[in-house]
Design a protein around this ligand. Structure first.
Ligand code: AMP
Length: 563
């Protein structure tokens, strides 16, 4: 089928289209209904279907004879370490860790916070939760105790899983003191903490509350996957909203599995057995969808990289990874390549590596700015296999997979520099003006998506249906508001230009100026403050804070104390 026919069918006959996609995964019970509405009037996909995401990501492949294929490769230039897991090994380890969680009282529906560095155990912990039907909430390891505490209090987890430290270039960042601090200020601290002790730093343990990962593993027996409803939550992922409080984006099990499996072919043109690398962090949505779930649901090998684009050890890090692990599909943020370009503008380091395995390069997280696009297409022209496509695709935490992309696995389309091309099947994208009229081609407006959103997108916000309605559904009834502005041109190409709210994008990560204002306002010397984003060549935007100090506060004294 060509792209336009596939897209039209997804919009005109969504139930026919998504039933076909749902048949691509192995359900315990195939859903009775494809699309329905719940008691709040929110759309739900595949209600009544029964499945388990961990089973689909692991056991299915073993049953289909893929048990000896590599499922996960962990590569850490900062810890100087690599680990490889076949599907059979990963399934056994996940089942064992699910047994550990079960021994700590974790059951279906309980929440587990995962605050981990980029190690294989972070993925293992996520899949172990999915196996039990527990709802994980991964908090990015770079967040400070206060941010962690806010998320703990919203999710009210039974267990928190952490590591003794993260490693940033050569710096060891001890996580456990940060966790202890968060637990101290939290109103709903979990009863049990699991700590992965890493050799670089040993965490101090509180007896009775804190448990050593390896000790638990040595005592646990494996847990089987639990049958879940398609509409049961798989995870909560907090993302910045316009207020100080982050939004808990909920992802269900059924729609998520169907949509991500579909995207692996339609967007990324990958097949089972391919090596797929998303150079991101499990703390972000790209990590959830494309380090953990999608590649494993599709039977690919996924990569967990604990390093940076540069200085670990140099700007050839990406090329080294692609050559060493024979990566077929690579996905990262434009900011990562801007960092590489700054240190190695002529891409001299690329010439040291054989990247002939690479078929396509995908970018998202922020707009792929035309200079970075041009630089990448230019340097990849000289790679061993000339003309590796460079694909910009646009999505957000809420959607979980690409809203717009060049549909590489359906029918690649001509590229327009600065545009993530066309809406993916399932997304009916419109650009509306202030009064809700559809903008003329080329006119800037609010980018919205007709309801229902396709499977995989958020059904609501954790414990906050009202905020879900207010934030996304109320401005234009019948549409989902993306919070982005842009244009649709005369050929239907979408151009995404930036946010319409108080969210800024720093190095591909979404930060709320409101949340930062709350933090600064918490300083005893500050009377008033405002945070805004300013342009930055490398990171897209950086936050700048303006403060009014309280009367009688001496600026010099504050500076000295901070130093
Ligand atoms: P996040 O939820 O953290 O993934 O951030 C999503 C936001 O990042 C989107 O709403 C956009 O503002 C921006 N974004 C992500 N990918 C792109 C892209 N390819 N082009 C333009 N903006 C993007």
């Amino acid at each position: 089928m060509n792209y336009h026919d596939e897209y039209q069918q997804s919009i005109e006959q969504p139930e026919v289209f998504w039933r076909k996609q749902a048949e691509q995964i192995k359900w315990y019970e195939f859903p009775e209904t494809i699309l329905s509405q719940d008691e709040h009037g929110f759309y739900r996909w595949f209600a009544g279907g029964k499945l388990n995401t961990s089973y689909l990501a692991l056991d299915v492949h073993i049953e289909e004879g893929r048990g000896d294929q590599l499922a996960l490769v962990y590569d850490s230039p900062v810890a100087n370490m690599q680990q490889k897991f076949t599907y059979a090994e990963l399934r056994d380890t996940v089942a064992k860790f699910a047994g550990c969680l079960r021994n700590l009282g974790v059951e279906k529906g309980d929440r587990v916070i995962i605050y981990m560095p980029m190690v294989a155990e972070a993925v293992i912990a996520m899949l172990a939760c999915a196996r039990l039907g527990a709802v994980h909430s991964v908090v990015f390891g770079g967040f400070a105790p206060n941010e962690l505490a806010v998320r703990i209090d919203d999710a009210k987890p039974k267990v928190l899983v952490t590591g003794s430290c993260g490693i940033e270039f050569t710096k060891i960042i001890e996580y456990k003191p940060l966790v202890d601090k968060a637990l101290e200020v939290s109103k709903f601290p979990p009863e049990n903490i699991v700590v992965l002790q890493r050799p670089q730093a040993k965490a101090t343990m509180q007896s009775g509350r804190d448990h050593d990962w390896n000790e638990l593993m040595s005592q646990a027996s494996p847990a089987d996957p639990v049958s879940l409803d398609a509409t049961d939550p798989l995870y909560i992922l907090y993302t910045s909203g316009t207020t100080g409080l982050p939004k808990g984006v909920v992802r269900d099990n059924g729609g998520h599995a169907v949509a991500l499996k579909y995207s692996m072919k339609a967007v990324y043109n990958t097949d089972p057995g391919d090596v797929y690398w998303a150079g991101s962090d499990v703390g972000w949505v790209v990590g959830h969808s494309y380090i953990v779930y999608a590649p494993l649901l599709h039977g690919c090998t996924t990569i967990v990289y604990e390093g940076k684009p540069v200085r670990t050890p140099d700007a050839g890090a990406f090329w080294r990874m692609i050559a060493e692990h024979k990566i077929n599909t690579f996905f990262t943020a434009p900011t990562a390549f801007r960092a590489v370009k700054k240190e190695d503008p002529e891409a001299k380091l690329l010439k040291q590596y054989d990247i002939s395995s690479l078929r396509t390069l995908f970018l998202a997280g922020e707009r792929l700015d035309p200079p970075t696009y041009e630089w990448l297409t230019e340097i990849l022209k000289e790679a061993p296999q000339p003309g590796i496509p460079v694909v910009d695709h646009w999505w957000q935490t809420e959607t979980g997979w690409a809203i717009c992309s060049n549909p590489m696995g359906i029918e690649p389309q001509p590229v327009k520099n600065g545009s993530p091309t066309f809406p993916m099947p399932g997304y009916n994208v419109q650009v509306l003006d202030e009064v809700g009229e559809i903008c003329k081609p080329g006119e800037t407006g609010n980018i919205v998506i007709n309801l229902p959103l396709p499977p995989g997108c958020l059904p609501t916000l954790w414990n906050d249906d009202e905020r879900f309605k207010q934030s996304y559904l109320s401005q234009y009834p019948g549409y989902y508001l993306t919070g982005d502005e842009g244009i649709k041109d005369e050929d239907g190409y979408i151009f995404v230009m930036g946010r319409t709210d108080d969210v800024i994008n720093v190095a591909g990560h979404r930060l709320s100026t409101g949340e930062m204002e709350d933090l600064i306002a918490g300083h005893p010397a500050v009377a008033e403050c405002a945070v805004t984003g300013i342009d930055d060549e490398l990171r897209g935007q950086v936050p700048v804070g303006f403060v009014v100090l309280k009367d009688g506060i001496d600026i010099l004294r504050i500076k000295c104390r901070k130093n």
